[in-house]
Every structure is written in structure tokens, then in C-alpha cells.
Design a protein around this ligand. Structure first.
Ligand SMILES: O=C(O)CCC(=O)C(=O)O
Ligand SMILES: [Fe+2]
Length: 126
């Protein structure tokens, strides 16, 4: 678990400059998600404006299933229009938690597995 967390934090660290974010930390365990037929997750922000601090800054979705393992279940991101990245097993996508609405469309067949985690501002060094 420690090793996985360090790898995931390394991915956040590698891209945080794109959004001018300072040092990040992971304050909660990664979440293992399983979606079966008809399971879905409606449009949402991982960090709604009204949520209390600390704020999730970046979201990471690591796809664990191969494209042939399920149908439907697309991850959709509201960018300039709706983006539907094609994620193969082992692919990860990182996006700003406060501004990018996203959803998981209903799974039609099979099982869709992901690992989802979030990066927060690292506590300020004293
Ligand atoms: O499983 C996914 O692709 C994303 C799920 C999600 O948006 C979430 O858990 O906040
Ligand atoms: Fe989400």
C-alpha cells in the first residue's frame, strides 16, 4: 500500500506544474471502485465549492480493467465539450478536482474497476 501511494503521489507531482500547484500530499486512502451493470456515477465535482477544507486539488483515476472487460461505463469529462478518454488497463488520468465536472456513464455489461485518489496541498513546512 505504501509503495502504491508513493507511485500515485509521484504521478501527481509530475503534472502539478500544469496547474501551478505547490507541493501535494495524499491525505486519504486510494478508493477501489467496482461498477457492474447499470452502476454509474452522475456528473459531479470531486471538490465542490461548498465543501469544507482541506480541498482536493487534483483527482486521479487509474483504470484497472481492460476495454474488453466491460461495455458502457465511459469516464466523461466536461472540458470544452465532453471528453471521453479511452482508458486501457494501467492508464491514469489526472484532472483538477475543483473545476472539472465528470461522470461515469452506466455500465452495460461486465465489470469496470478503477482506483481513484486525490491530492491535497501538502502541509506547509515550518
Ligand atoms: O471510476 C471512475 O472512473 C471515476 C469515479 C469518480 O468520479 C469518483 O469516484 O469520484
Ligand atoms: Fe469523481
Amino acid at each position: 500500500m505504501l509503495i502504491i501511494t508513493e507511485h500515485l503521489l509521484g504521478l501527481f507531482e509530475a503534472v502539478r506544474g500544469q496547474w501551478q500547484l505547490a507541493e501535494l500530499d495524499m491525505l486519504e486512502h486510494a478508493q477501489y471502485c467496482v461498477y457492474g451493470p447499470e452502476d454509474h456515477f452522475d456528473w459531479h465535482l470531486d471538490q465542490p465549492a461548498e465543501a469544507p477544507p482541506p480541498a482536493r486539488r487534483l483527482s486521479l483515476v487509474l483504470m484497472l480493467s481492460a476495454p474488453g472487460d466491460f461495455s458502457g461505463g465511459e469516464l466523461e469529462l466536461n472540458l470544452a465539450g465532453t471528453a471521453r478518454p479511452r482508458l486501457c488497463a494501467g492508464d491514469a488520468i489526472i484532472f483538477p478536482a475543483e473545476t472539472v465536472e465528470h461522470r461515469v456513464a452506466p455500465v452495460e455489461t461486465g465489470m469496470r474497476q478503477t482506483l481513484v485518489c486525490w491530492a491535497y496541498d501538502a502541509p506547509a513546512a515550518i
